[in-house]
Design a protein around this ligand. Sequence first.
Ligand code: ZN
Length: 211
Amino acid sequence: MTQVVVTAGGLVPAGIGWIEVIVGCMFSGKTEELIRRVRRAQYARQAVVVFKPGIDKRYSEDSLGSHSGLRLRSFQVETAAEIPALVGDAQVVGIDEGQFLGGDLVAVCERLANEGRRVIVAGLDQDYLGRPFEPMPQLLAVAEYITKNLAICMVCGNPADRSQRVVNRDARFLVGEADAYEARCRRCWDPDNFEPRQEQLGLGRNLSEDE
Ligand SMILES: [Zn+2]
């Protein structure tokens, strides 16, 4: 029988699996959030396994890395279909850059959740033209929990949910080229204008690091 734990925040499933999806634009902290959740599970001595697409060669080949420098060891796969054979007895399955793993991702996540696992998927919900980035929209539809992270518009400072491309190239996504994007709000986002508004991608000053 399924136990449901009632907390102040709502119902928390117990004894069943489920799907969590973390979406947002570039620089919204999706990978950081995925790493944070997986680490919390590890602190609770839960077995975890983490995947990222083989095309994502950023940072190192076998670990998940965020722009902020957080890292987590991971398997690289070309498609979602490779995942079930690699999950072993993991209670928590983390998947980054879900938009690159193909349409099978939805069925694979459903299967893993139906087996009783907690499945956490991070990915872009829109491409640089603002189009829904499959299969993330389909995954959002079947997920129990959805988190949409916002970035901060690099032009005006408002909440941002668009990835602005600042180099004129056709590929749907430029892998490993964070410099080719800025986070923009709806007003400042203009997919036909590739003019960067930040001179270079970097971090704001941290006053506590000043000498
Ligand atoms: Zn803006």
